[in-house]
Structures are given as C-alpha cells and as structure tokens.
Design a protein around this ligand. Sequence first.
Ligand code: TRP
Length: 346
Amino acid sequence: MRDSHRRKRILTGDRPTSDAFHLGNYVGTLANRVRLQDEYETFLLLADLHLLTTRTSDLEEVGHNIHELVLDYLSVGIDHEKTTIYLQSLVPEVLELAWIFMSLVSVPRAQRIPTLKEVVRDLKLDTASMALLSYPVLQAADILMVKGNLVPVGKDQLSHIELTREIARRFNDTFAPVFPAPEGLVGNVPTLPGTDGKAKMGKSLGNAIFLRDDAETVKRKVMSMYTDPKRIRADIPGRVQGNPVFIYHDAFNDDKAEVEDLKARYHKGKVGDVEVKQKLIAGLNRFLEPIRERRARFAAEKGLVEEILSRGTARARQECLQTLSEARDAMGLTYFRDREAIQVLK
Ligand code: TRP
C-alpha cells in the first residue's frame, strides 16, 4: 500500500468559538499536540464549518477568533514548519467525503452520540438540526481525509473518534480498505477544574485562566481561587486531593520539591492558603512567561497568520483531494474521471 512507509499522522482541531485558549485546553490537548509533532506528521484545523452547527449570529468575529487561536498555537510551541495548520471551510471537498460517510451512519446511531444531547440541552434547542446531527460525521471526514492515526482531543470528543472508527471500518468492509481506524488521545489532566472549584474550566463559565493573561491577571485570579472550604484557618489540616490549587500546582509548577513540601504542610495544617497561592502564582507565571513572549513576537509579524493558514490549507486540500479520489475509486465512482478539468466560468 502506498501509505505504508509514511510517518503516522495526527489530525486534530478546534472550533473557533472564542479567541483564547485557557490552561484547561493546554493540559487537555495542546500539550500533546506540541509533544507529538516531531514523531507524527501533524494536521491542525480550525473547524469553522463545525461552528456553524451551533452558531448563527456574531459570525463576523470568527475571523478574529481564528487569528488569535493560531497565535496561541504558535505561542505554546506548535511549529508551523512541522504542523500543517489549516482552515476547514477552505477545504470544501471535506464535505463531499462527509456526504459519502453519511450513507454509512444510521440516524439512531448519530442520535446516540452523547455530545449531541449535551448541546441540545445546553443551548436549549427544541431539536437538533441536520448539521448538528451530522457534526461527528464531518469530524470523521476531517480525520479520515488525511488518514489520521491519532487524534489528541478533549475527553468529551472520544465518542466522535469511536464513530470515526466505525465509519472507517464500514467503508473498508463495504468498498475497499482505504482508511485507518484512528485512536483518540486525551491529556494527562483530562479535565482541569475552574478557579471557582467547578469541575471544568471554561471560557463561558468565567472561571478560566487564559494562556495570554498577564502576570497581574493571573495573580488576581489565583488569589480569589477556591480551595478547601473547611479550612477556615491555616492551622486546620487541609485536603490536597481534589483541591484545585494543588491540581494546578501538580499540572504547572515545575518545582516538584516545593509542591511536595506544600502538600505535606497543608495536610498537617502548617501552611496558609496565601503561601500556597503565592507559590502557585509564581509557578504559573514561570510557565506562562515564555508563552507570552513568543506570542508577542509572532503577533508583531504582520501577515504571518494568514500566510501560515494559506500554506497549510493548500497542503491539507491536496491531501483531501487525493483521499477523495481513492475513496471514489474504491466505491466504483469512476464514470467521470476528469473532474478537475471542470473550471468555473469567469
Ligand atoms: N469537535 C472538535 C471540538 O469541538 C473540533 C474538531 C473538528 C476536531 N474536527 C475535528 C477535533 C477533527 C479533532 C479532529 O473540540
């Protein structure tokens, strides 16, 4: 098979719903993407078509979101020479692949995807649109158009990867073996709690620390953080397990000896919350400072984001066209071979 000597591939991406990634996104998936980009050939998409399944207003700001998110990618260390960063809607052929896949998925199967119920509930929709129902099928097309092997994502996305595997298997069984069955990969802190102690950090929940927050903002957010509510005085032994302040220490403070010392003293009621928080602020700022510096450097390069997206999208589109042609051959859709010869009349 022509793919057998190739490096394994990653495909992953984000909907441009907001203009900033937070610490939860970092540990959930961004860190994995940075770490694995040397080992895997990596594709990273901004899923603006997926965004349309839930948003019909304020679409003008999507361009701004895309720009800022690409700067965040670069600032955490995603290298555009190694990772192909592209814009989903500029690869319209992915929709053709999604359309082909839609015949392989029953409506009840799509309705069983847990994220669908969550979105319908959270957005208080009466019912799902066709686009929302097909959301994971389009995601499968994103992944399979580059024959992705590994998909680093947030935990909530695993049901979509499972469906992708089913689609790949069903296509291969029905027609001919074209697609690999990809695996999902979740970060080592699958869900980071918010600064308010809620289970999940989220922009809309107002409990997030963003990668581009300045040192003062980080300080303010950490000082107001939720800790062990039973510990009204520093000499009361506290709970480390499940305490957001310590979860953040574990995830971001590179001074492991300091973290162990703080935990031991917290257990014994021998350290105040203020000291624990001040050391967390210092640790977080050590982690964030190089990210902020890189961000400022990339942001100053005019036209950089646009150039990265144009180059990445051209590359991704070429992959998509190639895969689509293999899929069409496998299906016997060979009755009109010269598709590319048809040009738009000017
Ligand atoms: N659904 C993903 C999310 O909301 C975004 C996404 C779109 C994606 N296509 C993808 C993720 C393909 C991984 C692979 O986070």
